[in-house]
Ligand binder design. Sequence first.
Ligand code: 9WO
Length: 247
Amino acid sequence: MHIDVISLFPEMVVSGSSFGVVGKAIEKGMVTLSVWNPRDFVYDKHRTVDDRPFGGGPGMVMKYQPLKDALERVKAAHGKTPKVVYLSPQGKPIKQYLLEQVSKQKQLILIAGRYEGIDERFIESCCDEEWSLGDFVISGGELAALVVIDGISRLIPGVLGAEESANEDSHVDGLLDHPHYTRPEIIDEKIVPEVLLSGNHAKIARWRLKQSLGKTWIKRPDLLQNKSLTSEQLELLEEFRTEIDEN
Ligand code: 9WO
C-alpha cells in the first residue's frame, strides 16, 4: 500500500513512521510513504502557504493553491485518483472499519492541515472525506495522519507476524481487548489467572473472549449496542456478570 501525506512538517510524518511495526513495514516495502510539503509548491519570495482569514478572526488559514498544486503532483506521480482524506476535528470519527476498508486499497492520500484550517474550497473540491481522531483540537493533522498510517499498516497482510495478527482478533471484532499477563507469575503478591497457565488453549480462548465481552460491557457498553452477540457470547457475558456480582 502506498500512502501520500501532504504536510508542512514532512519530517514529523517520516520520523513518526520509522519505528516499530510501521517502520519495519516501510523497511520491507510492504507500505511505502511519500510526504509532500505545500511550501515546495509556492514561488513567492516568502514561500507563503497561509494568509489571513476573510471575514477577520484569529490566526491564519492555509492557502488553496499550494495544497492544490501539491495534490496535483501526487496524483501525477501515481496516475490514479485515490481517496483523499483531510484530517480535521470536523471529520467523521476514525473507526477500525474505516481503516480496514482503506487498507484494501492500493493508495491513500492524507492531508494534514495546520493553523486555523485550510481554505474550504480545497476541502470541497479536492477532499473525498474528512476524518477525526475525536472531538478535540490539536495543533495540526500530522498526529492523526500517523495514527491512520499505523492503523492501516497493521492491517496489511504480512506486516504483523502470524502470532501478532492472531492477537489482533480481539481488537477488530468490535470488542475491547482481553487482559494480558507476562512473567513473572507472581509480583507484588499479584498472581496470573490460573487458566492462562493451564496450557489448555480452548479454555484460554474461552476465558479471553469472556474477558473481552466483560470489559466491553463495563467500559464501552455502547459497542455492545451495535453488536449482535452469539448465544455462546451471551452465555459468556452472563458468566462474567455473575462472577462480578459474586466477588
Ligand atoms: C484551531 C483553532 C484555534 C482557535 C479556535 C478554533 C480553532 N480551530 C482550530 C483548528 O481546527 N485547527 C486545525 C488544526 C485546522 C486543521 C488542522 N489542525 C488540526 C487537526 N487540529 N486538530 C486536528 C485533528 C485532526 C484529526 N483528529 C482530531 C483533530
